[in-house]
Design a protein around this ligand. Structure first.
Ligand code: FAD
Length: 302
């Protein structure tokens, strides 16, 4: 059996596996796609000490560093079941069952898409999901934020300080964000809030040039010209397969303590699949290191 089995090989899982291997213990990492969400990222400017890099380049250097260690890497494999017996068992979709003394879950998350024409075509060409990451690319430009929940309104407030103008599009008749966020939003001079509207299409030729929406009470179709659309309708953790095992939040995020421990002894978690309040590469790597050291501490005590 493994001493540490890591499930997921994004920034969190890679960091966890490297920290474990450096303790000289038997380490495995199983993942569908090495690098995770980082593969889908264009420019990265907030990975401290690296002024600028690109997703695929960062993934390549993560892979290179993993190869420096005797880590058993199992790529293109999805985990579908976790069960604690004497050891912890992780069953893969191909039927194989991996056994380990400790497991670190780092299966990440995915942004919920609006699913309208233009969204997929213009990803990284004006369609963005992370204001902390891509906000500065739209300095002085006009953008929209789709979604009026807490993350949408936080994004709109954040972007209003950087861009020229922000249009918020909310499907429901009212914003769902906390009142303090709404008050802050409405105090800003360069924000327009459109409620009860359905986003119909993101338009453009080689990059985004606008968004078309329908006013739900009149049925009237309207178009705003702008250069960027931030989709903020939810980040979904990849934890469906853990249903009924360990404790998760209402949103499905795995609940961890300050050492990355979950409610199952020996099972740790890190990165975007957990209830960490902020989801970033540098934060995921830090929490991967924490979970790995947590697992090592558990191993020497049990
Ligand atoms: P992920 O990167 O999501 O990795 C999850 C891993 O788990 C993958 O290997 C996946 O294949 C695997 N997996 C999932 N389910 C299973 C399963 N059942 N079985 C086996 N394996 C599984 N952050 C920044 O700091 N700066 C940026 O500029 C930035 N830009 C971004 C741009 C985009 C378009 C996106 C989508 C995100 C961006 N982020 C950025 C956020 C950042 O990418 C994430 O916070 C980070 O990748 C999370 O790391 P993670 O390891 O927790 O999860």
């Amino acid at each position: 059996p493994f001493d540490v089995l890591v499930v997921g090989a994004g920034p969190a899982g890679a960091s966890a596996a490297i920290y474990a291997a450096r303790k000289g213990i038997r380490t495995g990492i199983v993942a569908e796609r090495l690098g995770g969400q980082v593969n889908d990222t264009m420019g990265i400017e907030n990975f401290i000490s690296v002024k600028y890099t690109e997703g695929p380049k960062l993934v390549a250097s993560i892979e290179e560093q993993i190869k420096e260690y005797p880590i058993d890497v199992m790529k293109l494999q999805r985990a579908k079941r976790l069960e604690k017996k004497d050891l912890i068992e992780v069953e893969l979709e191909n039927g194989a069952v991996l056994k380990s003394k400790t497991v670190i879950l780092s299966t990440g998350a995915r942004w919920r898409n609006i699913g309208v024409p233009g969204e997929a075509e213009f990803k990284n060409k004006g369609v963005a999901y992370c204001p902390h990451c891509d906000g500065p690319l739209f300095t002085g430009k006009d953008v929209a934020v789709v979604g009026g929940g807490n993350s949408g309104i936080e994004a709109a407030i954040d972007l209003a300080g950087i861009v020229k103008h922000v249009t918020v599009l909310e499907f429901a008749p009212e914003l769902k964000a906390d009142a303090v966020l709404q008050d802050r939003l409405y105090s800003l001079p360069n924000v327009t809030v459109l409620k009860n509207v359905q986003t119909k299409e993101i338009t453009g030729t080689d990059k985004v040039d606008g968004v078309t929406y329908i006013e739900r009470d009149t049925g009237e179709e309207k178009h705003v010209e702008l250069q960027g659309v931030f989709v903020q309708i939810g980040l979904v953790p990849n934890t469906e397969w853990l249903e009924g095992t360990l404790e998760r939040t209402r949103m499905g995020e795995i609940i961890v303590d300050s050492r990355g421990a979950t409610t199952i002894p020996g099972v740790f978690a890190a990165g975007d699949c957990t209830n960490s309040p902020f989801k970033q590469i540098i934060i995921s790597m830090g929490s991967g290191a924490t979970a790995s050291l947590g697992a090592f501490d558990y191993l020497i005590r049990n």
